[in-house]
Design a protein around this ligand. Structure first.
Ligand SMILES: NC(=O)c1ccc[n+]([C@@H]2O[C@H](COP(=O)([O-])OP(=O)(O)OC[C@H]3O[C@@H](n4cnc5c(N)ncnc54)[C@H](OP(=O)(O)O)[C@@H]3O)[C@@H](O)[C@H]2O)c1
Length: 287
């Protein structure tokens, strides 16, 4: 299979009614039949929560990540979890892992591009390597996953792509330039793909969580106030089963970030200046 997705076939018989019916059938299938679900970044956090959610309900799960020990632990607890050791930044490894899973499981119904890294780009220096790593995993890695899954789904004539973006993709946030940009990219990519792939029976969902208590936010102080990975996974998987195009949570944080996205850049800059001033003052006072 090639590195790139096959071109979307033009089918004049794909009427709006036909597409709607196919999508409805797919949704019914998602709630009643055992599914073949691929999840990247399944060794920890939200991805692991999702793998457990599907495995508990009898679905076959392809759990992809780099940490073999954690994936094997997951597979030992659930006989319907297939560990797939791969680095999503490597297109060939990702494609091979996704194809192997689809072959072994007999198809691919849902694919989650979840693997991601989230480091602050400001506090720890203006490090180009850091920004590049974020772009590699969150942008290139997600593309590799989505392209590998799309090739299989196009052959099947159905499937569901899910991208785990973030509420940080809604509006520019301080200290998160590369992360926010990488997540905004995923939103745009999947929403555009939805137009190209919808007529071929492939559905796309964008997930935009606020903070979730995982390794990604460990030590930031927000982990105590945020939902656990399992709760987040439950919210995501239920929304995906309902066929939601966008899943945002928690509701209040989602509303706030959307409002923040509408505020003028000058106001955001002045709020940030005040924040930095406050931080510098408390540092100089030793607090
Ligand atoms: N936690 C939050 O507050 C939050 C909020 C919004 C969105 N998100 C998004 O949710 C997703 C999951 O994050 P999380 O919070 O669950 O963090 P996490 O616990 O750190 O999990 C990240 C996962 O990504 C995998 N991963 C990282 N680089 C990889 C690579 N090159 N190849 C394959 N797998 C790789 C890791 O597995 P290995 O290290 O084993 O490879 C791990 O399983 C991310 O896309 C993140 O941006 C998180």
């Amino acid at each position: 299979m090639g590195r790139f997705c096959s071109p979307v076939p033009f089918d004049p018989l794909c009427s709006d009614q036909g597409i709607h019916l196919r999508m409805q059938q797919q949704q019914q299938q998602q709630t009643s039949q055992p599914l073949r679900v691929l999840i990247t970044g399944a060794s920890s956090g939200i991805g692991r929560g999702l793998a457990q959610w599907y495995a508990h309900r009898g679905h076959t799960v392809g759990a992809l990540a780099r940490r073999q020990d954690l994936l094997e632990e997951l597979a030992a607890a659930h006989s319907n979890v297939v560990p797939l050791i791969a680095d999503v930044c490597d297109a060939e490894q990702t494609e091979q892992a996704v194809s192997r899973f689809a072959l072994e499981a007999g198809g691919l119904d849902v694919a989650y591009a979840n693997a991601g890294v989230g480091q602050r780009t400001r506090e720890e220096g203006w490090d180009a390597d850091r920004a590049e790593l974020i772009a590699q995993v969150n942008v290139v890695g997600a593309t590799n996953t989505i392209c590998a899954a799309t090739s299989i789904m196009l052959e099947q004539g159905r499937g569901h792509l899910v991208g785990i973006s973030s509420l940080a993709g809604h509006c520019p946030l301080p200290d998160a330039a590369a992360y926010g940009a990488s997540k905004a990219w995923l939103v745009f990519y999947l929403r555009s793909l939805a137009m190209d792939l919808g007529p071929c029976g492939i559905r796309c969902t964008v997930v935009m969580p606020g903070y979730v208590s995982t390794q990604m936010v460990d030590g930031t102080g927000v982990e105590l106030l945020t939902p656990q990975a399992r709760r987040a996974a439950d919210r995501i998987a239920q929304g995906v089963a309902r066929g939601q195009e966008t899943i945002r949570f928690p509701r209040r944080v989602s509303l706030l970030t959307r409002l923040a996205g509408l505020t003028p850049a000058s106001l955001r800059a002045s709020m940030q200046r005040r924040r930095l001033h406050k931080r510098a003052t408390s540092r100089s006072q030793g607090r």
